[in-house]
Design a protein around this ligand. Structure first.
Ligand code: LMR
Length: 396
């Protein structure tokens, strides 16, 4: 009966985003949902995407159904982006075009369930949607600490201890770069240790890659963990989003890949993915994937894309530096240098929920309730306003 349905709370990220939209203040600052914004504060259209859209418009493919696995050129490019030229073409990957990163995760969870994996481990704090998504498909999540408040960095002892004690055939969800929400990523040395343990203990990693390029400024470097796991002969899955690193948010462009080390079984994995997707939504949306394919296939647009990603990362780093300088100048009580140590879009500020509420109610500054600040929402026009507001709530 419909009257038995409970009223659900919105996701905290989406809740903050809607509160921002309703706020009439001319000073309001949106540092909530993970969207990259330009220096002028508006949405950023990647130059390579602008060019690809023109090419697509001039070669209109119409609106027929595409391919249930996904648009082949898109999947080829997505594989190359994640695994690199060489590994992408070795025939060990089963791939599916998905409804962006969330769709990729959902398909990964279904695929893993089909293969018999339902026991998940997740380092926290983490993206607010993982746990409900796993539970939605009948999986169980155990959490461990990804982050230490005292060092404001990765809690690597906790990661290692959990990998050492988790039962075989557990799935570990890891983010490859730009950790959401902490901005605290693993070093290559730490990834090497993780991969070693994963292999020893028959763990299945799910590598979620939603911000590839925004940690180091180089997409290849940010995919290091994926390629390292592949090289070690580990079986794993990758969920991949092009929302952020191509700015195609609303077009829902993503992919899921399963690495099947014994090539003989790739057709089984591939047909399983297609069968599962048929029951879910049949075909993924075409427009954004076609735009992405044009970028993937053109060496010139690839070059522009690389430069775009490098410039974005440069801007993020410069905003972080300016935030630190302003808070230092204000002598805001506390230590704030984690703002320049953390990478990607997010700064895990350490502000409490009460301080975050006050940022909203008194200053119209919208960061998420767990203190995650989307650095890309800041620019020269509002950095001082934002830092002054942080200073005020810290002293209040
Ligand atoms: C975020 O964490 O803000 C993004 O990944 C957007 C989302 O879907 O939550």
């Amino acid at each position: 009966k419909f009257n038995q349905l409970v009223r659900e709370e919105p996701d905290p990220i989406v809740k903050t985003m809607s509160l921002y939209a309703q706020d009439p203040s001319p000073n309001k600052v949106d540092v909530s949902i993970g969207v990259y914004k330009s220096e002028s504060g508006g949405p950023y259209l990647f130059p390579c995407v602008a060019e690809a859209k023109k090419i697509l418009a001039a070669n209109d493919p119409g609106h027929n159904y595409t391919n249930m696995q996904g648009i082949p050129e898109f999947l080829e490019g997505a594989r190359r982006a994640a695994f690199g030229e060489k590994y992408a073409s070795e025939g060990k990957l089963a791939s599916l075009q998905t409804i962006s990163g969330t769709g990729a995760l959902h398909m990964a969870f279904l695929f893993l369930r089909e293969a018999g994996y339902t026991n998940y481990y997740l380092g926290v704090p983490s993206w607010s949607n993982y746990v409900s998504m796993v539970e939605h498909v009948g999986g169980k999540v155990t959490t461990f600490n990804h982050y230490r408040e005292d060092t404001k960095d990765v809690d690597f002892d906790s990661v290692v201890a959990t990998l050492e004690s988790a039962p075989a055939d557990s799935v570990f969800i890891f983010q490859t770069c730009c950790h959401n929400p902490t901005g605290a990523d693993y070093t290559q040395e730490q990834w090497t240790k993780i991969a070693e343990l994963v292999k020893q203990r028959s763990i299945i990693p799910l590598l979620d890659t939603a911000y590839q390029g925004f940690s180091s400024g180089d997409k290849e470097k940010d995919a290091w963990a994926i390629r390292h796991f592949y090289e070690l002969g580990i079986e794993f899955v990758v969920s991949q989003s092009f929302s952020k690193n191509l700015g195609l948010y609303g077009e829902r462009v993503g992919a899921m890949h399963a690495v099947v080390q014994d090539k003989e079984f790739v057709p089984n994995a591939q047909s399983t993915l297609v069968a599962l997707f048929r029951s879910e939504c049949s075909f993924a949306p075409a427009f954004g994937a076609r735009v992405a394919s044009i970028v993937f296939q053109s060496p010139e647009l690839q070059k522009v894309w690389r430069e775009d990603v490098a410039n974005i990362t440069k801007r993020l780093k410069s905003v972080r530096q300016k935030v630190l300088e302003r808070l230092t100048k204000l002598q805001t009580p506390g230590t704030w240098d984690n703002v320049i140590k953390q990478e990607g879009l997010f700064w895990y500020s350490g502000l409490t929920p009460a301080q975050n509420d006050r940022l909203i109610s008194k200053h119209s500054v919208y960061s998420t309730s767990i203190g995650r600040v989307n650095i890309a929402g800041l620019s020269d026009a509002n950095i001082n306003y934002f830092c002054d507001a942080v200073d005020e709530v810290v002293r209040a």
